[in-house]
Design a binder for this molecule. Structure first.
Ligand SMILES: Nc1ncnc2c1ncn2[C@@H]1O[C@H](COP(=O)(O)OP(=O)(O)OP(=O)(O)O)[C@@H](O)[C@H]1O
Length: 304
């Protein structure tokens, strides 16, 4: 049994003088959703293209489904791939493209109905790709990638141009695939979606892995424990919490009080506020991946 579906070891890539990847190691484990994050130009697409056997690394190696992708082209029958900004044949209809892929991959044509339903393209499948919108093209590219329910799905920025209903369907589809033990490796800038589905994230900055862990770990590490309290008793809160040594920062924003905690003492804090007679309308953890990501990028650029 394969436990790791994609492994990259110390991968480097030069484009002429440009050192695009500077020793990236990554493992996408079986039955998990692994997301690669990072600013524009960080090296995400370069890494995906190396994993897909499309460009050679300058140093290091990759293994995909336990094989060298440069020597075993057969493995690609078990891999679905959505490339960044897919370039699909404009003269074909979406359905014709899917039929052709079924023939190439040896997949029964009955699959077409299933994948069209997932991406919500049943009604437009007979239109020429040339007449598709950006989002529709992306939908057909995703449909093509998931034909035959592949062992491994690799997607490079699948959310470009997609609307909320497709994003929702895609998240549900990814969760189903994970339930079936399939592996997903994707790059994305849509951090809300990344947080909702990813088990593992790799943050790449300037060709290097700056962080690896779960989305929750990333939030904990770079954002810390931030609690938002909504209350009209702002002044009372200010005075009762001043002696709490586990609160390291306090900010006021309209009716919200934003507290930074040294450690996760939420239960102690809410108990303390309530027993101090403070009326609280709401109390919640700020766990935005986007904010944590921005903090992480700030740190990465300082240390680079
Ligand atoms: N064919 C190429 N020739 C020269 N330089 C390249 C080439 N492809 C990419 N680069 C450079 O390599 C670096 C990494 O690019 P890459 O496309 O991998 O980044 P990315 O993280 O996918 O960015 P984005 O989020 O914008 O898609 C960038 O500095 C880019 O300009």
């Amino acid at each position: 049994m394969i436990l790791v579906s994609v492994r990259a070891e110390e991968v480097e890539k030069f484009y002429g003088n440009k050192h695009a990847l500077r020793g990236v190691s990554l493992e996408a484990e079986n039955g998990r959703i692994t997301s690669i994050l990072g600013p524009n130009g960080a090296g995400k697409t370069t890494l995906i293209r190396i994993i897909m056997g499309l460009i050679f690394p300058s140093r290091g190696k990759v293994e995909v489904l336990n094989k060298d992708p440069f020597k075993n082209k057969k493995i690609f029958k078990e891999i679905g791939y959505v490339q960044e900004l897919p370039n699909l044949p404009p003269f074909m209809t979406g359905k014709e493209l899917l039929e052709m892929s079924c023939r190439i991959k040896g997949i029964d044509k009955s699959e077409i109905k299933r994948v069209l339903e997932i991406v919500g393209m049943e009604d437009s499948a007979n239109k020429k790709i040339a007449k598709y919108s950006k989002g529709m093209t992306q939908r057909i590219a995703i449909a093509e990638a998931i034909l035959g329910n592949p062992e491994l799905l690799i997607m490079d920025e699948p959310n470009i141009g997609t609307d909320p209903s497709l994003n929702y369907n895609m998240r549900e589809m990814l969760k189903e695939m994970r339930k079936d033990g399939k592996s997903i490796l994707m790059t994305s800038h849509v951090l809300d979606d990344v947080k909702k589905v990813s088990d593992d994230v790799y943050l790449i900055f300037n060709g290097k892995v700056f962080f690896h862990g779960s989305p929750e770990d990333l939030i904990k590490k770079f954002l810390g424990v931030i609690v938002i309290v909504e209350s009209d008793d702002k002044e009372s809160i200010k005075s009762v919490i001043k002696d709490l040594d586990y609160i390291t920062n306090i900010k006021f924003d309209n009716k919200r009080i934003i507290l930074k905690l040294k450690e996760d003492r939420r239960e102690d804090l809410i108990h303390y506020l309530v027993t101090s007679g403070i009326k609280i309308r709401s109390f919640y953890l700020d766990d935005e991946l986007e904010e944590a990501y921005l903090m992480a990028i700030k740190e990465a650029s300082k240390s680079d």
